[in-house]
Structure formats: C-alpha cells, structure tokens
Design a protein around this ligand. Structure first.
Ligand SMILES: C[S@@+](CC[C@H](N)C(=O)[O-])C[C@H]1O[C@@H](n2cnc3c(N)ncnc32)[C@H](O)[C@@H]1O
Length: 270
C-alpha cells in the first residue's frame, strides 16, 4: 500500500450518502443524473421484504456493475402488522436504526452509498428514515425520482389536474370516516397504500358517488402493470403497489369542447 492509500485507510474521508429515486417500475424511468450516480456508487443499498429482491433493486438491475457491492436492508415484517401488544413501531424503529448503523459503517470507511428508493426518495419513501438518522452526520444528496402518482397517471393516460384544481394525496390506511372527509372535498386525488385497504377505499368512493370517475392501477410501469375498472377488482388480490386516482374534472376551456372526431377531421383537412 502506498503512503496515500495508507493514510486513507487510517483516516478516510467519510463517504457520501445518496438517496436515489428509481423506477417506480420501468428501469428506464431513472433520471440521467440518477443513472450517473448509481453507476459511480461502490455500494448500493436497497430495501426488500424477506426472501424478496424488492422493486427498487429490480428497477436498476440492468444498470448495475458486477463490482458494485449490494447491501440488502430486509424488512423484519411486511404487510399488516400483528395487533398489540406487538410493538410494531418499536420493531420498525430498531430496524431503521440498524440500517442506518450498517450504512454509517460504510460511510465511515470512506465509501459512498447509494440508497435506492422506489419513486421519489422524499415522497413517502423509506429513504426518509435513513435521511433522518444520517443526513446530519454525513454529506448527503437526494436525487429525485418519478413519483408513482404521476407514473400512474401516465399509465392510465389520464390528465390528473387542470389549471387551478387541487390534488389531494391520501393514504388508504386512514380510517373510513377520515377517508370520506378527505375525498368529499377533493377536486382530484391519489389514494395510495391500498393492499388490504382497497375494499374500504372503494366503499367510500361508491358512497360519495365518485367510483365511476376513479381509476385503479397496479404496478404502474412494471412489466405486469394492470389497469381495470374499480368494480372488477377482487379486493383479495390487490397488491401494496397499487393506487386509485380520482382525476380532476376535465377542464371545459382551452379547446376541450372539440370532439375527437372534429380534431381528426381538422387533421385530415390540414
Ligand atoms: C411507501 S409509498 C412509496 C411512494 C414512492 N416513494 C413514490 O414516490 O411514489 C408506497 C405506495 O406508493 C404507491 N406505488 C408505488 N409504486 C407504485 C407503482 N409502480 N404503481 C402503483 N402504485 C405505486 C402505492 O400506493 C404504494 O402503496
């Protein structure tokens, strides 16, 4: 080892933590900057369920280099947690503490770590729990990703909000009464975290007369993406990676009154 490398081994400059938005499915939805950072990272951390590789890792597999070290962060529990006295919050807190400690060991050794996050890292992303624990101690940069809300609207080919409409992002985990309150006042909405909450969400949309306007999409931009009317969904089959979009009412101005036939006729005349 030469003197410079020896000094680095004894007192390395801490590595950089990078929160990297990827997917949320299609590997090509990574940004140019995200791809550059991913390829340069010696260590790539990713969350996954037990015995799974995780959607974030799947989204970058085509871009990984053989020499990169993978650091799996395996959730101790996924799906609906057992009821109290099981200390779910405590288990999850200790899990994120442990993940942060493992990543800090790499950073202290002078190695950069790219922590993958499905969609955008700071939008309901599990990277946030690493950021909370590590950003104050290590140089940290967040590379935004394509949020699943806009990826789902694109998958549905549905305009989400026009002009001055407001979009509400709502978690399907909310109690029924709160869901009703949120949706009753919404011009447009994205209802996330469906899974076992789907039947409750659909029931509320039906009660409010919004079900026919709402659209369901699961695994948007993934190879097994699935789009079906709400009424056809078997709640037992709804995965976590799904959402319901309630697009804003079509804006009546700006030429929207021209029918598709008129537009086609105009195009043919041109
Ligand atoms: C923990 S949040 C992660 C959000 C993510 N950071 C983002 O920017 O979209 C997980 C929720 O995002 C939504 N989601 C993530 N990826 C999705 C996809 N490919 N298709 C549909 N919904 C998705 C689902 O509602 C899921 O329950």
């Amino acid at each position: 080892m030469n003197a410079r490398a020896d000094r680095k081994a004894q007192d390395p400059r801490p590595g950089r933590l990078i929160g990297l938005g990827v997917g949320p499915g299609d590997p090509e939805l990574i940004t140019v900057k995200g791809l550059r950072y991913l390829r340069a990272a010696p260590v790539v951390a990713y969350y996954a369920g037990p015995r799974k590789r995780g959607n974030a890792l799947a989204s970058v597999e085509p871009w990984l280099q053989p020499e990169q070290e993978l650091l799996p962060l395996i959730y101790p529990i996924t799906g609906r947690p057992p009821p109290p006295p099981f200390d779910y919050e405590g288990v999850i807190r200790r899990f994120y503490d442990d993940c942060a400690g493992r990543i800090a060991a790499y950073l202290n050794a002078g190695r950069d770590v790219a922590a993958l996050c499905e969609g955008d890292p700071l939008f309901y992303g599990s990277f946030m729990y690493l950021h909370d624990r590590l950003a104050g101690c290590f140089e940290t940069e967040v590379v935004p990703g394509v949020c699943s809300v806009v990826a789902s609207a694109s998958a549905l080919s549905t305009p989400l909000v026009y002009r001055d409409q407001t979009l509400r992002v709502i978690s399907g985990t909310l109690p029924e009464a709160e869901l009703k309150r949120q949706l009753a006042g919404a011009e447009a909405a994205a209802i996330m975290k469906l899974g076992t909450n789907f039947a409750k969400v659909r029931g509320v949309l039906e009660a409010l007369g919004l079900a026919s306007r709402a659209r369901y999409v699961e695994r948007a931009t993934m190879a097994d993406e699935c789009i079906r009317p709400l009424s056809e969904i078997d709640p037992a089959t709804v995965p976590y990676f799904s959402m319901v979009l309630l697009p804003g009412e079509r804006w009546p101005g700006a030429g929207a009154d021209a029918s598709a036939k008129e537009v086609e006729a105009q195009a043919q005349r041109a």
